[in-house]
Design a protein around this ligand. Structure first.
Ligand SMILES: NC(=O)c1ccc[n+]([C@@H]2O[C@H](COP(=O)([O-])OP(=O)(O)OC[C@H]3O[C@@H](n4cnc5c(N)ncnc54)[C@H](O)[C@@H]3O)[C@@H](O)[C@H]2O)c1
Length: 414
């Protein structure tokens, strides 16, 4: 990989933001004052979409700022398990005390308080139940990846997406790569046959650990369920483990380009470089896609010195090469020069926020981000299951097992 592909951001797509990325995201204010025929809840023409934020942590707070900068939204409520988190959020967005909700049922109280839409930015374990409740409450749902930590969770989100469509509500899953013009062009050309028949490829997510704050939160009492909740990224049942929570960005691109899911996977990995929590810090998985296309996946979340989120597929006539923080190109008989991806971390979210607004206001309820998100999420779970077993697992075996992850929520307040 050339130097140009070395990402300028050392924490991966799921780490805290650099100042550069904050600034890049700040020019996004758009002013829409159009009718909202598709709004489920009765909001008047030219009014803003009233948004509730569930999970008022790092990304939730940052995204809420982007929603406000868009111009078509008003953040009106916040829900977080922890009072200090929702209060910090509430101060930032001038929310009255009665629109700040806490406890495990915080999202239910927020939904009872009437909003037009919710953005769900809580730990992944909670995504399926919170998204289902949003759809049930007839609000539009903007959901962070990963959509779920296990197979039943993925199936629940799939169902919620379909229900939302049937009830004329929007449901958008926030993957950044799929919004990027260079990625879109490279994928379209590859699917058209520009690299010939794809034989094999690789998907890689190399990063250091983005959980410094969570480690500090956990340290004083590592077995305390509240501290584990603050440190959710370190626990399999809350996060889905590194392969699902973080590495999904690389795997999602592979399933997107190949437009399918793997038939089976063989994997290994472990926890050798970290002593806290029970997530692994490295994975190596070989996925077999239809037509025997082999994709080698490799990730690590420790150490220093190199970062990249890549997916590269090799065809009989060329190679498609994609990097979240670098270049996208096709080399070979039908080259595509592509270029440097333009600040995908903020710009992907900004485009998703704009697309969500367009869908809500224009009544576009196909919710096309849901199915590919379910597919790539299940692919990460297949890889994880195979790696934990150090064995080959088929897609059908994974689905049939229906394995459910249960975190330790003992004693947490309702
Ligand atoms: N590039 C990306 O798309 C990207 C980047 C970062 C994070 N994420 C995703 O965003 C989500 C949030 O990540 P983050 O980095 O902001 O984490 P965070 O820990 O900073 O925020 C999560 C918040 O959720 C709160 N919370 C815990 N349990 C809750 C519950 N039951 N209900 C409501 N809130 C609860 C926590 O107290 C915390 O404030 C995760 O799903 C993560 O994978 C996506």
């Amino acid at each position: 990989m050339g130097k140009a592909n070395k990402p300028s951001f050392s924490k991966g797509a799921d780490g805290p933001l650099t100042r550069r990325q904050f600034i890049a995201g700040s020019g996004a204010a758009l002013s829409f004052t159009i009718l909202k025929p598709g709004m489920v809840r009765g909001t008047a023409a030219n009014s803003k979409i009233e948004l509730g934020l569930i999970g008022c942590g790092q990304r939730g707070t940052w995204l809420a700022g982007l929603f406000m900068k868009h111009g078509g939204y008003q953040v009106v409520a916040g829900a977080d398990y922890f009072q200090d988190r929702v209060d910090a959020f509430g101060e930032k967005f001038a929310l009255p005390a009665e629109r700040r909700y806490t406890g495990l049922s915080c999202y239910k109280k927020l939904l009872d308080g009437k909003v037009d839409a919710v953005a769900i930015e809580s730990p992944p374990y909670f995504h399926p139940e919170q998204a289902a409740a949003g759809v049930e409450a007839r609000v539009h749902v903007y959901l962070a990846k990963p959509i779920a930590v296990d197979v039943p969770g993925c199936q629940s989100v799939e169902e919620s997406g379909k229900k939302a469509t049937a009830k004329k509500q929007c449901f958008l899953v926030d993957f950044q790569t799929r919004t990027d013009p260079l990625y879109q062009e490279a994928v379209a050309r590859t699917q058209k046959g520009d690299i010939g028949r794809i034989v094999s490829g690789e998907a890689t997510y190399i990063a250091n650990i983005p959980w410094e704050r969570q480690i500090e939160d956990l340290k004083p009492d590592p077995s305390n369920p509240e501290r584990q909740l603050r440190a959710w990224g370190l626990f399999r049942a809350l996060s889905g483990d590194v392969i699902t929570e973080q590495n999904i960005h690389a795997i999602d691109v592979a399933t997107w380009i190949l437009d399918g899911h793997p038939e089976r996977a063989y994997g290994v990995g472990g926890q050798k470089a970290r002593s806290f929590g029970n997530c692994w810090d490295h994975f190596s998985v070989v996925f077999t896609f239809p037509n025997d296309v082999l994709v080698s996946f490799c990730s690590k979340q420790y150490g220093e010195g190199w970062d990249d989120i890549l997916c590269r597929l090799y065809g009989t006539d060329g190679t498609v090469d994609t990097h979240y923080f670098g270049d996208v190109s096709i080399r070979g008989k039908k080259p595509f020069a592509g270029g440097k991806v333009d600040d995908l971390y903020p710009n992907g979210a900004i485009r998703n926020i704009a697309a969500f607004y367009e869908d809500v206001t224009k009544g576009e309820f196909s919710n096309s981000t849901v199915a590919p998100s379910v597919r790539s999420n299940l692919t990460t779970i297949l890889g994880r299951t195979a790696a934990y077993k150090r064995a080959e697992v088929t897609w059908d075996e994974m689905l049939a097992s229906g394995e459910k992850f249960e975190p330790n929520l003992n004693g947490l307040k309702a």
